[in-house]
Structures are given as structure tokens and as C-alpha cells.
Write a protein that binds this ligand. Structure first.
Ligand SMILES: C[S@@+](CC[C@H](N)C(=O)[O-])C[C@H]1O[C@@H](n2cnc3c(N)ncnc32)[C@H](O)[C@@H]1O
Length: 267
């Protein structure tokens, strides 16, 4: 089953891999700031095919444990296959629906969640389970968006701008909140968490950069889904493609991504 709006097809898997490569340094810096180290127990929410979980598993080593919870059985199978191939017994991917299934209470040291809370129609039932899942003094670390409206291609990206609006609308119509990290810090504070870090993570890149490839591939891959949803048209897609080609020729053009927020809190 997958009623996850971005889908789990091969093109989306390839897009997630590019996305992870672009954001890997930011994730690794966040894990360092959170004190990730050998022997720790990490819970990942919405782990996808286990791209971050694999690196977390290497960081905690054989004495640690990483449990990645994920809705899509195809992603769980892909992640488990990598764990087995790499001989990482400390890594487990498990089928789990964050909307309904209870979080395992295993006294985790660190909970990691990236680009997942934005898809959840209700946050409160999940947030109420965070503290019980952690050891006393444990840490939660979110990389979720704060300001999707910064998504754009400058200076000539009218269709790309409309694409960003259509993407946000699709997330909201599916019950999510693209700017969910505006609310998460206060919701955690209400649950007794101490906010340790609020760090904006902007991304920007000229044609040919990894950032530009990531955003261009998002427009191409998710554009098809937006057309199926009636939020984007073939004419819009053609105009967006023309803007992307023009930006590749015009010096000084650049993409800016939706702005991410690193949120770290302890309980
Ligand atoms: C944009 S991907 C991010 C994947 C991964 N966190 C990463 O950083 O690469 C969002 C993931 O959240 C998962 N997801 C969405 N809703 C979920 C739910 N209710 N329960 C569990 N996972 C969910 C999707 O299946 C998808 O793998």
C-alpha cells in the first residue's frame, strides 16, 4: 500500500538518492551536533529506502542499533536488502504507519526525522509518543521545511514559481503541511522538550550544481503527479522546461530551494 503522495516508483527512488547526496553534509553536521556516536540507539521516522539509516548504522557501529520505520513495503525491502548486503546487523527497516502504529519504546538515544512530518495530517498523536520512545535525556532531531515559498528559479522562473505553489497545494490537499517546522518547536516545548537548536538551512545553486539538478528533477518527476492531480498542465510543464533550459544558458541564473529548519530538542 502507498497513499504517500510522492509515490515510491523508480524515478522517485532515484530522486531521493540525489536529494540525499545533496543534503548528506547537512545531515552529518546535524548528527555530529547531536552527539551521534558508536553504541548509540537511533530511531528514524519515515526512513524511505534507508539512505540516511545506512549512514547512521555505520556511525553507531555493531554495538549500536538503528531502527528505520517506513510506510512503503518496497522501501523497507530495499533498505533491508542493503543492510544485509553490507552485513549491518545493527540496521533494521520495519514497515510502520506513523499515523496509526505505536512507536517502539526502546529507550532510543536519538530520533531522526527528515521530510516526513510534512506529510502527516495529524502531528499530536505522534509527538505524544516521542518522549516514551527515548531514554531520559534523549534527543529528537528534525530536518523539515520552514518556508516552502523560497522555492524558485531566478530571475525568470514564473512557471517554476507556479510549480512551487502547486506542489504546496498538493501537500496541503493530502492533509500535510509543507511548512510544518513552523509549528514543531512549539509543539515539542509544550511536551516538555528543551529546544537546543533552530538552524535554518537554505539551499541555492546555479545551473549544473547538484542543487539545480535536485530541483530540476523534482519539477520533472513530481510534475507528472501534479498533472494527474489536476494542479499542473502539459502547457505549464513545457513552460517550466523552457525556463530551465534558458537558465542553463543564462549566466547568473540560480535556483533556490524551500528553506529547511534543523530542530534539535532534548527531553
Ligand atoms: C520525502 S521521503 C523522505 C525519506 C527519508 N526520510 C529521507 O530523508 O530520505 C518521505 C518518506 O516518508 C514516508 N512516509 C510518509 N508518510 C508516512 C507514514 N504515515 N508512516 C511512515 N512513513 C511515511 C514515505 O513513504 C517516504 O519514504
Amino acid at each position: 500500500m502507498s497513499d504517500y503522495i510522492l509515490g515510491t516508483h523508480d524515478a522517485e527512488l532515484a530522486r531521493l538518492q540525489l536529494q540525499h547526496a545533496l543534503w548528506r553534509p547537512a545531515a552529518q553536521a546535524a548528527w555530529r551536533r547531536a552527539g551521534l556516536g558508536p553504541g548509540q540507539r537511533v530511531l528514524e521516522l519515515g526512513a524511505g529506502p534507508g539512505l540516511a539509516a545506512l549512514e547512521l548504522a555505520r556511525a553507531v557501529g555493531p554495538a549500536g542499533r538503528v531502527l528505520g520505520l517506513e510506510l512503503s513495503p518496497a522501501y523497507v525491502a530495499a533498505g533491508q536488502a542493503v543492510a544485509e548486503r553490507e552485513g549491518l546487523e545493527q540496521l533494521e527497516l520495519r514497515r510502520h504507519d506513523l499515523r496509526t502504529d505505536p512507536l517502539p519504546a526502546e529507550g532510543f538515544d536519538l530520533l531522526w526525522c527528515r521530510w516526513v512530518a510534512m506529510f502527516l495530517p495529524e502531528l499530536e498523536p505522534l509527538l505524544d509518543q516521542l518522549a516514551p520512545a527515548l531514554r531520559p535525556g534523549g534527543t529528537v532531531l528534525f530536518h523539515e521545511y520552514l518556508h516552502w515559498d523560497t522555492f524558485g528559479l531566478h530571475p525568470h522562473g514564473a512557471a517554476i514559481r507556479r510549480f512551487g505553489q502547486a506542489a504546496q497545494r498538493s501537500f496541503r490537499e493530502a492533509g500535510g503541511d509543507p511548512d510544518v517546522n513552523r509549528r514543531l518547536p512549539a509543539l515539542l516545548a509544550q511536551r516538555g522538550f528543551q529546544i537546543q537548536e533552530l538552524r535554518p538551512l537554505p539551499v541555492l545553486g546555479q545551473a549544473g550544481s547538484m542543487a539545480a539538478q535536485w530541483m530540476g528533477s523534482f519539477v520533472a518527476v513530481y510534475g507528472e503527479q501534479l498533472q494527474r492531480l489536476g494542479l499542473w498542465s502539459a502547457a505549464d510543464a513545457a513552460q517550466a522546461a523552457a525556463e530551465v533550459s534558458e537558465a542553463q544558458r543564462a549566466a547568473g541564473s540560480y535556483w533556490m530551494g524551500p528553506t529547511l529548519l534543523e530542530l534539535r530538542a532534548t527531553k
